[in-house]
Design a protein around this ligand. Structure first.
Ligand SMILES: Cc1cc2nc3c(=O)[nH]c(=O)nc-3n(C[C@H](O)[C@H](O)[C@H](O)COP(=O)(O)OP(=O)(O)OC[C@H]3O[C@@H](n4cnc5c(N)ncnc54)[C@H](O)[C@@H]3O)c2cc1C
Ligand SMILES: *[C@@H]1O[C@H](CO)[C@@H](O)[C@H](O)[C@H]1NC(C)=O
Ligand SMILES: *[C@@H]1O[C@H](CO)[C@@H](O)[C@H](O)[C@H]1NC(C)=O
Length: 360
């Protein structure tokens, strides 16, 4: 294994970084090392638990808006070109807020979301201050990360299962020049990172079968989040949520929370009451929250090697992951082109050719 570049983590954030590396011709030089891989489930592996939808949820912070925009554009393109394989579908979305969001955020959304329409206030239900409709992407999260892994393998990326006891152990060999740290919630405790700004944000969701639901609906309250997300290519499955519990790391699920989700979602979308609707399962997942937002930062390690941190995606790893990946890889590119050895450059040419053949 060449392992010139090591990505730690095989959640959507690590996989998106590996994809951007492969698109830049570095697939054959990249190894993804992770304790959990697509197909696994664990409360320590957030990515399989996401809904997932693209939602106007990020704050008004400038970085988050830029990452969302880049992510949205790429996911919409993917939905058009490889929707079935990547398990992404364009879907109409309705979003409601109990308090009107900041102007800056609304104008940024209006600028890039397709079919963006402000709903007339007389059509809003009681308690809602503002509502919009637009075309979103819904993602079948477990299938999408499996798709990314398969695609990366075709592009020469290697996968290697290992739990690291320290971030430094990600420098797998003398040839390892760059490490991307994409460990999600583990950033809080992993030696070599131990970022005390990180905290889990617990969510509970219901997996249902309700094929009559074809649109995405969200209501953002002052202290609650309610959403209905059809899961594409899934035989009529719909995710109902949810909860956003800061600093709560329990993977247990609770009947009273399931009841609250059902009450809120069936009020928002009465057609859920149709007789065929089945509740299949209840899950909990932990979003990798971080005070101050995601950390994308280059850090010099010993002997001219570098670490690029990319974690803390919170509730938006699917929608912002590609934008975050572009920024993280962008930080490493000057370093990579400067430090690659002769052999690496030969590998790189082979990688570029195979990427071109794979039609990237
Ligand atoms: C209920 C719920 C709904 C969500 N809905 C959406 C949504 O609609 N849209 C959206 O954009 N986002 C959504 N999210 C958020 C999204 O799921 C996360 O932002 C995203 O999955 C985070 O990915 P990650 O790669 O950072 O972390 P993870 O998926 O947790 O991956 C971390 C990786 O690091 C590895 N790792 C950790 N420590 C080590 C170690 N010591 N050694 C080796 N490997 C290690 C793990 O094994 C794993 O492979 C939702 C989340 C939840 C819980
Ligand atoms: C819907 O999207 C938002 C933002 O990406 C996310 O926080 C929320 O948890 C999502 N819901 C589900 C069920 O995935
Ligand atoms: C976490 O959330 C659950 C469910 O809401 C609750 O019962 C539990 O007390 C919470 N734990 C902490 C540490 O807040």
């Amino acid at each position: 294994m060449s392992a010139t570049i090591v990505v730690v983590g095989a959640g959507v954030i690590g996989l998106d970084v590996a994809l951007i590396l492969a698109e830049n011709g570095y697939g054959h030089l990249t190894t993804v090392v992770a304790q959990h891989m697509p197909g696994d489930t664990s409360i320590d592996y957030t990515s399989p638990w996401a809904g997932a939808n693209f939602s106007a949820i990020s704050g008004s912070d400038k970085n988050a808006l830029i990452w969302d925009k880049a992510g949205y554009q790429r996911l919409m393109r993917l939905a058009s070109t490889e929707g079935l394989e990547s398990a992404i579908r364009k879907t109409q979305s309705f979003e409601y807020w109990d308090e009107k969001p900041a102007e800056q955020k609304l104008s940024s959304l209006a600028d890039y979301l397709e079919d963006f329409t402000v709903l007339p206030s007389e059509k809003l239900m009681p308690g809602v201050a503002y509502g919009v409709s637009f075309t979103t992407v819904t993602i079948n999260a477990p299938r999408h990360i499996q798709y990314l892994k398969n695609k990366l393998e075709l592009l020469g990326v290697q996968f290697f299962r290992r739990k690291l006891d320290h971030l430094d152990h990600a420098f797998l060999s003398d040839r390892t020049k760059v490490v991307f740290n994409c460990v999600g919630n583990a950033a809080r405790h992993l030696p070599g990172v131990q970022d005390s700004n990180c905290f889990p944000v617990r969510g509970q969701i219901l997996l249902t079968r309700a094929p009559q639901i074809e649109t995405n609906v969200m209501r953002h309250g002052k202290d609650y989040e309610t959403y209905i997300i059809p899961r594409p290519y899934s035989n009529g499955n719909v995710i109902l949520g949810g909860f956003m519990q800061k600093n709560n790391g329990t993977g247990d699920t609770f009947a009273h929370e399931a009841e609250s989700i059902w009450q809120r979602t069936s009020t928002l979308e009465p057609s859920l009451h149709a007789s065929g609707t089945e509740v299949l399962a209840t899950f909990a997942g932990l979003r990798p929250g971080r005070q101050g937002g995601a950390r994308i930062e280059l850090e010099e390690a010993q002997a001219g090697r570098i670490v690029v941190h990319n974690y803390g995606a919170g509730g938006t790893g699917y929608q912002a992951g590609l934008g975050m990946g572009m920024e993280a890889v962008g930080l490493a590119l000057p370093h990579l082109s400067k430090t690659l050895s002769g052999q690496d450059v030969v590998d790189l040419h082979a990688a570029e050719q195979s990427a071109r053949r794979a039609n990237l």
